[in-house]
Write a protein that binds this ligand. Structure first.
Ligand code: HSE
Length: 291
């Protein structure tokens, strides 16, 4: 029996659209074993009522890809999923399923694929590397796609960094949150995001939280997605006022994430209250980066 633990992830971190992500200390577990015949999938935990138990299951599909690539396939497969990452909220639940399925299946057949091959495969499945790279490697990962190969730089999360995530009680699919984005952006906005992403990476490498006030600014996706998340801009402002060093949409949303080093209780309270004042019920959780 193989057992794999995969972390939640927060992608983009403001300006790093599709190329920056960080693993968080919140985990899904994938257990996998070869059986004599058939496919048996059990799911427990978050979203258990919505996750398919048939061959359309993401973990199963990822496992099938590994078996196909290495041309080794168990006669039957039993998968058990224990999920803590909320579904379709911007915390990397689908990346965790993909990465968990790939790692577990690879281990089941003797680990013929390297970590790099698993990352490239995971990115091909997800379409972008910013969730799957930290889900696989941990820490903060900056990724660059070169044809089908993903180049990564891993950064250790700065000491003392804490995160407050406000998870609304509604789901938002990545597909829907990408459909509102423009196909083209102005040179001005491109330069804006380039400069902020450079500052973000410098801030993270130096552990300079004060730089996050500018390093989390974004013009490529958050302004367009704000319309899908009632109160988003007000929650950002309230969290900053309460002491958050920066606030961002987590992945494609709807979860919002505050980055802080102190005042965590107050930041959590104002994020929850401000969402509530805008008609959104949410669960607020304090999470640390997964190194
Ligand atoms: N970079 C992705 C997005 C993350 O923002 O759409 C969600 O999968």
């Amino acid at each position: 029996m193989i057992r794999v633990q995969v972390p939640a992830t927060t992608a983009n971190m403001g300006p790093g659209f599709d190329c920056v992500g960080m693993a968080l200390k919140l985990y899904n577990f994938v257990e996998m074993e070869a059986i004599e015949q058939g496919v048996v999938i059990d799911v427990e935990g978050d979203g258990a009522d919505k996750i398919p138990r048939d061959k359309s299951n993401i973990v199963y599909l990822a496992a099938e890809r590994v078996f196909k690539i290495v041309d080794r396939k168990p006669a039957g497969l039993r998968i058990k999923l224990t999920n803590n990452i909320p579904l379709a909220r911007g915390l990397g639940s689908s990346a965790a399923a993909t990465v968990g399925g790939l790692i577990a299946a690879n281990m089941l057949v003797g680990s013929p694929l390297s970590e790099k091959e698993l990352l490239n495969e995971a990115t091909a499945i997800e379409g972008h590397p910013d969730n799957v790279a930290p889900a696989l490697l941990g820490g903060i990962v900056v990724s660059a796609k070169e044809d089908d190969d993903i180049k990564t730089v891993k950064i250790q999360p700065p000491a003392g960094m804490k995160c407050v995530v406000a998870i609304p009680d509604f789901q938002l699919s990545t597909k829907a949150a990408r459909e509102v984005l423009p196909q083209n952006v102005s040179m001005e906005d491109a330069v804006f995001n380039l400069s902020r992403t450079a500052i973000l990476v410098a801030a993270l490498m130096r552990g300079d939280f004060d730089l996050l006030s500018i390093g989390l600014d974004d013009r490529l996706h958050q302004p367009y997605r704000a319309n899908l998340i009632p109160g988003m801009k007000k929650v950002f402002a309230a969290a900053r006022l309460a002491g958050a060093k920066g606030v961002a949409l987590s992945g494609a949303g709807p979860t919002l994430i505050g980055f802080c080093d102190e005042n965590i209780g107050l930041i959590a309270k104002v994020m929850k209250d401000t969402f509530a004042a805008n008609g959104v019920r949410c669960r607020v959780v304090e999470l640390e980066p997964n190194p």
